[in-house]
Design a binder for this molecule. Structure first.
Ligand code: DGY
Length: 333
């Protein structure tokens, strides 16, 4: 009998069809967000799931779905998954790193530029018909990128990509802080210098957050951290909601503690804090850091290849391409 798998969200049909070569597939063409109970119901009898950040895969779910053997997440982040609980139950977990690095680094850099140069604010001004005079000297004046200090918190693959763009493309001084310091060759390649967190906050003209979410990273940037930044500084978050205290950020933006914020991720998204929505000095986008056609297709394809391999099928049978835990998948004879 063919195993059954669940794809929790609608994806590219031509890519998803690969799953049908090996499995009976339950999918979600209407792209409904299921409640935890609905998810558990749909996972009954399923050997694998192609999941996304919108589903929480925790111990309670795993206990209610004992046949589940593989959780293959679409996304480099996997804070929606209790990896330890999966490992303890022999469930393979995979993610989709690498294929999204450059696209997401482009986006982080672009969002930082849009924020510093007030692009969205000026767009809104033009659209509402408020533009009646040209040549106003201080009209939408913002911060420079060229020659400024770029600060990066979290220096994984995407952070290094943003650093390279700043150092090589825009002549920026790049400083970073991370749990572990890069080796000298990686620092040279990224054009970046390690500093402590306080120095990063104090010296960055533009601070970009790229660290993974974990409970320990909750509110890494709150009122106290923002207070250390320059009043002319910008903050860009492409990492995860919850890393920034959104209420504290909104208050700081209103008070002028920092100049502006570019946010692609939010606490409790898709809800956005009302004070951030009301703040003129924000650029707010809908968690689209990796959203180019090529990259989103590559992420779906990698998750599917991981699922096929994790359940012991296909050319990579038993060897998922990008595992998060060390559970050895079953190999079929
Ligand atoms: C990721 O890859 O983690 C993105 O945030 C999409 O969830």
């Amino acid at each position: 009998m063919r195993p059954s798998v669940l794809a929790t969200r609608a994806t590219f049909p031509d890519i998803a069809d690969r799953l049908r070569q090996y499995f009976d597939v339950t999918d979600n063409p209407s792209d409904t967000i299921w409640s935890p109970t609905e998810l558990i119901e749909r996972l009954q009898g399923k050997s694998g799931v192609m999941s996304t950040g919108s589903e929480r895969i925790d111990a309670a779910l795993l206990d209610a779905c004992p046949e589940l053997k593989a959780v293959c997440n679409v996304g480099v982040g996997y804070n929606n998954i209790d990896v330890a609980a999966c490992t303890a139950r022999g469930v393979v977990v995979t993610n989709t790193p690498d294929v999204l690095t450059e696209t997401t680094a482009d986006y982080g850099f672009g969002l930082m530029m849009a924020t510093a140069r007030r692009i969205a604010e000026s767009d809104r001004f033009v659209r509402t018909g408020a533009w009646t005079k040209t040549g106003i000297h201080d009209h939408f004046v913002g911060g420079d990128i060229q020659g400024a200090t770029l600060g990066i918190l979290g220096m994984g693959r995407i952070g290094r990509g943003i650093a390279r763009r700043g150092a090589l493309g825009f002549g920026m001084r790049v400083i970073y802080h991370n749990r572990s310091k890069l080796d000298a060759a990686q620092e040279a390649e990224a054009g970046a210098q390690y500093v402590d967190k306080q120095t990063l906050l104090k010296e960055a003209d533009h601070l970009v957050l790229v660290l993974p979410y974990s409970p320990a990273a909750h509110h890494t940037i709150g009122a106290a951290e923002i207070a250390l930044m320059k009043p002319s500084a910008t903050l860009t978050n492409i990492a995860r909601g919850g890393i920034v205290d959104d209420a504290a950020l909104a208050a700081a933006l209103r008070a002028g503690t920092i100049a502006a914020a570019g946010l692609d991720v939010f606490e409790g998204e898709p809800k956005v804090h009302a004070d951030l929505l009301a703040a003129p000095n924000t650029v707010l986008t809908a968690h689209i850091g990796s959203a180019s056609v090529r990259t989103r297709r590559a992420m779906a394809a990698l998750a599917i290849d991981n699922l096929i391999a994790s359940l012991g099928y296909g050319p990579q049978a038993g060897a998922p391409l990008t595992p998060v835990n060390a559970v050895r998948p079953q190999v079929r004879s």
